[in-house]
Design a protein around this ligand. Structure first.
Ligand SMILES: [Zn+2]
Length: 59
């Protein structure tokens, strides 16, 4: 079975390529806050868009 990588292996590879956590909406996360992937601004978890640069996640 050496030629059949498990889904866990593929997920680990995906994470290593990204290098950080990104939630489903597109926000990056840092210290339990949302972080704008565009300008890096930190926002409360309730934020719907970035108040710094105006970025919003694609819905
Ligand atoms: Zn921003």
């Amino acid at each position: 079975m050496a030629s059949a990588p498990s889904s866990d292996d593929m997920f680990d590879e995906f994470l290593s390529q990204r290098g950080h956590d990104v939630d489903q909406s597109g926000w990056e996360e840092s210290y339990n806050k949302k972080q704008c992937p565009d300008c890096g601004g930190l926002h409360e978890s309730t934020a719907a868009q970035c108040s710094v640069c105006g970025w919003a996640p694609v819905r």
